[in-house]
Design a protein around this ligand. Structure first.
Ligand SMILES: [Ca+2]
Ligand SMILES: [Ca+2]
Length: 308
């Protein structure tokens, strides 16, 4: 996209955000009129912040729906949804919204199959990812234990109920799919630094999602095979050239296992919306995991709200 095209893209996105927020605020103001007016200023700001965030979600849904119309066969970093917007001034502050493709990351829930047993192919990929990040690949065993349905402790690096019974307070392994990658912090052997290093490359999506190689980072591409080192992966990203691979099968068939080839793709159904609203001295950050279906309709699978 040329500079003019980029600027026009940002202008269109900004206009969409303004409309989306305007609609939400109009609806909420009616509702708010019936509320007790004696609230504190910060509670008001928090309410206002939440409205902006609902607006940001509506905005993201619009963009993702339009993308499905414009380019259903590919999702890549040259598309409009991936455009970084400048902070937008709103009444009393600013809002900034950003969309990322979560299928460019390793899906932790893929470490188990739908029947609750280990998926060895995914485990190998996860071990390579840990190694690339200079984290002990043995930790993969504890993550599989956390997710798998059984309570049988893996050796030497596992983690089941018996492992966590001695914690203060004691807790149990999830033994099922997780809704947030931050659960890793509860897994045996994980420290906050381990999680922080891994966080940009992992996600927690429904089991069975494919990796979108059009948006995956060099590190995640390198985790697909022993035959892809980091410089090969960087070369692949250059080949992508801010767009999509011309032919994913041809590009990857000599590099990855045929079974892995079936697990990669050039499109996405799951995106992360991060919206940060600053109102006076209050700042709120909302993250929504958005799932887009085949008709382009988006719904939120998971939301988190916090200060940042
Ligand atoms: Ca697309
Ligand atoms: Ca388990």
């Amino acid at each position: 996209m040329n500079l003019y095209g980029k600027q026009r893209g940002v202008a269109v996105l900004t206009a969409m955000l303004v409309v989306a927020i305007g609609t939400i605020i109009a609806v909420n103001l009616l509702w708010q009129g019936t509320l007790d007016l004696r609230r504190t200023e910060s509670a008001l700001a928090a309410d206002q912040g939440l409205m902006f965030m609902q607006g940001a979600e509506a905005w993201a849904a619009d963009i993702l729906r339009q993308d499905m119309v414009d380019s259903p066969a590919s999702d890549n970093l040259g598309e409009q949804w991936a455009t970084q917007l400048p902070p937008l001034p709103v009444d009393g502050g600013t809002i900034i919204g950003k969309l990322e493709d979560l299928q460019g990351r390793f899906n932790l829930n893929n470490l188990v199959k739908p029947d609750g047993t280990e998926n060895p192919l995914a485990r190998q990929q996860f071990e390579r990812l840990l190694t690339l990040l200079q984290i002990d690949p043995g930790l993969a065993g504890a993550v599989v234990d956390w997710l798998d349905a059984d309570n049988d402790l893996r050796f030497p690096n596992g983690g089941e109920d018996v492992t966590y019974a001695g914690a203060d307070p004691p807790y149990r392994a999830a033994d099922t799919m997780i809704t947030s990658a931050s659960e890793l912090m509860a897994v045996n052997g994980f420290k906050r630094e381990t999680y922080s290093a891994l966080a940009p490359y992992v996600t927690a999506l429904p089991i069975g999602t494919k990796l979108n190689v059009n948006t995956a980072s060099p590190l995640v591409l390198a985790s697909l095979s022993e035959d892809i080192d980091i410089s090969t992966a960087e070369g692949l990203v250059q080949q992508r050239n801010d767009g999509a691979f011309v032919d994913i099968d041809k590009t990857f068939e000599g590099l990855v296992d045929p079974k892995v080839l079936k697990q990669i793709d050039g499109v996405s159904q799951h995106f992360l919306l991060t919206a940060t609203v600053t109102l006076g001295t209050n700042q709120l950050t909302m993250r929504s995991v958005l799932q887009r279906d085949a008709s382009g309709v988006t719904r939120a699978l998971f939301r988190s709200l916090g200060v940042e």
